[in-house]
Structures are given as C-alpha cells and as structure tokens.
Design a protein around this ligand. Structure first.
Ligand SMILES: NC(=O)c1ccc[n+]([C@@H]2O[C@H](COP(=O)([O-])OP(=O)(O)OC[C@H]3O[C@@H](n4cnc5c(N)ncnc54)[C@H](O)[C@@H]3O)[C@@H](O)[C@H]2O)c1
Length: 282
C-alpha cells in the first residue's frame, strides 16, 4: 500500500506547484509544449508572444492556468509590461523563459552577401530580446532573492553550418549572455541557464526546411527533420525541451547556473574522420 501511494505521488508530482512563469514565444512550437508541461506541474503561465491571433487561442486551449499577454520581445517596453502583469496578477515571478526566436532569411547563403540590416533584425530578436527578458525578470527577482531564468539557444550556436549566419551567430551568443548574467545574479540567488535543442519539427523548422525541399509535403518534411538526429531509436521532440526546461525551472536544479543544456542526443559531440576505403590504396 505504501509503495502504491508513493508511486501515485511520484506520477502526479507537481514540480512547479504555486510557481509563476512567463514564456516568450509560447504561442507555438517549443514554447507551447513547455507551457503545457509547466501547467501540468502546477504553474501559472503567461504566454508572452507577438502573435495576437494564435496567442489567445493557445491560452484558451491550455486552460485557466494560462494567460496570453501581447509581447514583442524586440520592444523592451512590452517585455517590461509582461513582467509587470505577472507582478500585478500574482505578486511574483519565479520563472522567466526567454524562448522566442526566429531563423531570419535563409538566402543569401554567403557571408559575402550578408545584408547587415537583416542580420541586425535577427540579433535584435534572438539576442537583445533575451537580454531584455533577463533584465526585467531580474528587476523583480533580485528583491526576493529567488528565480530561475532560462533562454533558448540552439545546436546551431555550437557548430557552424547548421543554420544561416545570422541565426548561428545569434544562437552562439546566448550561452555567453547566460554566463555573464549568471555571474552577477548568482549573488542574488537567481539561476540563469540555457537550452540548446536539436532540430525538432515545429512551424519554424518546417518552414525553413520546406524552403529547401519545395516538392515535399509538410508530413514528409516533418519526418526528414525528425530523422536528422543520431541517437538510435529516439527522435527529438518538443516534450524533450519542455522537460529540460521543467528541470531548469524547478528546484531539482537548485544548484545549477550558467549551464548550456544541450538536448541533441549526442549530435554535436562528435565528428568522424573520412578515411579512404581500403580498395583505394593501390
Ligand atoms: N524547432 C527547432 O528545430 C529548434 C531547434 C533549436 C532551437 N530552436 C529555438 O527554439 C525557439 C522556439 O522555436 P520554435 O521551433 O518553437 O518556433 P515556432 O516558430 O514554432 O515558435 C516561435 C514563437 O515565437 C513567437 N515570436 C516570433 N517573434 C516574436 C517576437 N518578436 N516576440 C515574441 N514572440 C515572437 C512566434 O509568434 C511563435 O509563437 C527559438 O528560439 C528557436 O530558435 C528551435
């Protein structure tokens, strides 16, 4: 009987009971999957997204623990307002997940033709937007000496060539932003970490890969994106990122700060030498 009670408690354990979270870019893809997971674990979640059609729909779908707030992370005042709404409604902010990001244009491929205005737009959203989220979350977390800030980077930030230059450069910057912020905020009891996901079928990745493979159906492109991993018998899914974020958001990771949690099934940990085959020796 005791074992049964313990098992039931484990299954229904709420690792974020009573916590308040903001997730940027939560109207779709990985942010939405994480919002769902956080709510399953007892959190109140603010869906901070600039999609004013999808955002309210997703909040409704996720139920009364979700609230939509219009927020374009390229506009600092809107990030500030999202944090202020959390404070007014709940009196605190425990978790800030700076997840919103874009790939930017995939053409031109060459850095010799890079449009620097387009580059700045990607940096403004993927990097400055994240810094704005850290800034305003820290503003309300520092006085209480508690909080978990999470950011979404990418495996494209670990290796060149997996994405367009602006995306790769912006994502490679995020682990540095995290370390810089963590270096100060650890003194205030606040943890700052990031997650680097592998390729996962979401509107973003399907849209990007679809541009290279115009003859393929969305289902086929989804299969192709899912098949890009190297871990036998597994594929990277939104739930894998949601669970990584749950870990970093919860007190399970209470002594972890400054980490780049790579969720890629080993994809970026090796590269093979290409040797000539034995029959090429003569
Ligand atoms: N899907 C992947 O393969 C993959 C891999 C690695 C990293 N990532 C990263 O994960 C994050 C989420 O991507 P996704 O795949 O879920 O994409 P997605 O396109 O499904 O979702 C992105 C969300 O961000 C929102 N958004 C866009 N611009 C915004 C802005 N200015 N302000 C606020 N919200 C904005 C969109 O409305 C959308 O709801 C991004 O940072 C992305 O770079 C994705």
């Amino acid at each position: 009987m005791m074992i049964l009670i313990h098992s039931i408690k484990f299954i229904f354990e709420s690792r974020l009971e009573g916590k308040v979270a903001i997730i940027t870019g939560a109207a779709s893809g990985l942010g939405k999957a994480t919002a769902h997971e956080f709510i399953q674990h007892g959190a109140q979640v603010i869906i901070a997204d600039n999609d004013t059609q999808l955002g309210p729909q997703v909040a409704k779908e996720l139920g009364p623990s979700a609230q939509y707030v219009e927020c374009d992370v390229t506009i600092e005042a809107q990030i500030e307002e999202a944090v202020n709404i959390a404070m007014t409604k709940y009196g605190k902010l425990d978790i800030m997940y700076n997840n919103a990001g874009i790939t930017g244009p995939i053409i031109p491929h060459s850095i010799t033709e890079l449009d620097l205005d387009e580059f700045d737009k990607v940096m403004r959203l993927n990097v400055t937007g994240i810094i704005g989220g850290i800034k305003h979350a820290a503003r309300v977390m520092v006085p209480v000496g508690y909080g978990s800030i999470i950011c979404t980077s990418s495996i494209s930030g670990l290796l060149g060539g997996l994405g367009p230059h602006p995306y790769t450069i912006s994502k490679s910057t995020i682990p540095g932003v995290v370390k810089s912020a963590a270096s100060e905020l650890c003194g205030a009891g606040i943890r700052v970490n990031c997650i680097s996901p592998a390729a996962i079928p979401t509107p973003m990745s399907l849209g990007q890969v679809g541009k290279f493979l115009p003859g393929f159906t969305p289902e086929q492109i989804g299969e192709i994106v899912s098949g890009l991993g190297v871990l036998k018998g597994a594929k990277c899914e939104g739930i894998d990122i949601a669970r990584a974020a749950l870990y970093l958001a919860s007190d399970d990771s209470k002594f972890i700060s400054g980490l780049n949690l790579i969720v890629d099934g080993g994809f970026t940990c090796f590269k093979n030498f290409v040797f000539p085959s034995p029959d090429q020796s003569a």
